[in-house]
Design a protein around this ligand. Structure first.
Ligand SMILES: O=C(O)[C@@H](CO)OP(=O)(O)O
Length: 249
């Protein structure tokens, strides 16, 4: 049996401001830092030791992982950062206020943009500041692979090659792995691991800064899955994520 830990970054500045974030690079808030410390403390108390860590190339995930490994006394861990673990690209919604967008287009439309399986938000064009082709960290990647807007389905298409080529072989080579990533890049992975239907994934919201521990069999099929921490608090955090896309009453 293998163990795998997934963690969504702690609260970011744009989570706090309730703005669509995607590939925009924002840092953690103070409470995001506290959430990451708490995640590290919980993992340490539960006796976790890792051999390999992975994160996206976005600061909020990188910093969350740093804080967790520092808290655990495992800062020396090898880390591989990869753009394929980035958040889903929010296209032309990037930067907009989620509640204001819902007031303008309706809660249902925003739920479609946030959570439908295969309907992407409106795309940016290559002149947009939110097109990743302008960012040095994505140099060397085939521009056709760089997103202008992604649905969850498209996010799955770019996350899974990294899972199959890099992460799952590491796990099967007995490396104990932690992955720090994002609400939707982790939903992509969870959908795949748990073999969830397109309808089931619609209602799945992942809280910030809470370790999600999987036990996997030899073929990496889940045996069990649980969040570390206070169940009532975690449920409240998941409900709050779901509500972020509703217009203010
Ligand atoms: O804005 C985003 O990039 C994501 C995660 O923070 O938000 P949502 O939960 O609306 O998909």
């Amino acid at each position: 049996m293998y163990k795998l830990v997934l963690v969504r970054h702690g609260e970011s500045q744009w989570n706090l401001e309730n703005r669509f974030t995607g590939w925009h690079d924002v840092d953690l808030t103070e409470s995001g830092v506290a959430q990451a410390k708490n995640a590290g403390r919980l993992l340490k108390e539960a006796g976790f030791e890792f051999d390999q860590a992975y994160s996206s190339v976005l600061v909020r995930a990188i910093r969350t992982l740093n804080i967790i490994t520092e808290e655990m006394g495992q800062m020396w861990l090898p880390v591989e950062r990869h753009w394929r673990l980035n958040e889903r690209h929010y296209g032309a919604l990037t930067g907009l206020d989620k509640a204001e967008t819902a007031a303008k287009h309706g809660d249902e439309q925003v739920k479609v943009w946030r959570r439908s399986f295969d309907i992407p938000p409106p795309a940016v064009d290559e002149s947009s500041e939110h097109f990743p082709g302008h960012d040095r960290r994505y140099k060397g990647i085939d521009p056709r692979a760089l997103p202008k807007a992604e649905s969850l389905a498209l996010t799955i298409d770019r996350v899974l090659p990294y899972w199959h080529d890099v992460i799952s072989p590491a796990i099967q080579a007995n490396k104990r792995v932690i992955i720090a990533a994002h609400g939707n890049s982790l939903r992509a992975l969870v959908k795949y691991l748990d073999n969830m239907s397109n309808e089931e994934i619609l209602e799945l919201n992942i809280p910030t800064g809470v370790p999600l521990v999987y036990e996997l069999d030899k073929d990496l099929k889940p045996i069990s899955k649980e969040y570390l921490g206070d169940a009532a608090q975690i449920k409240a955090m998941m409900d709050a994520v779901a509500k972020q896309g509703q217009a203010k009453k």
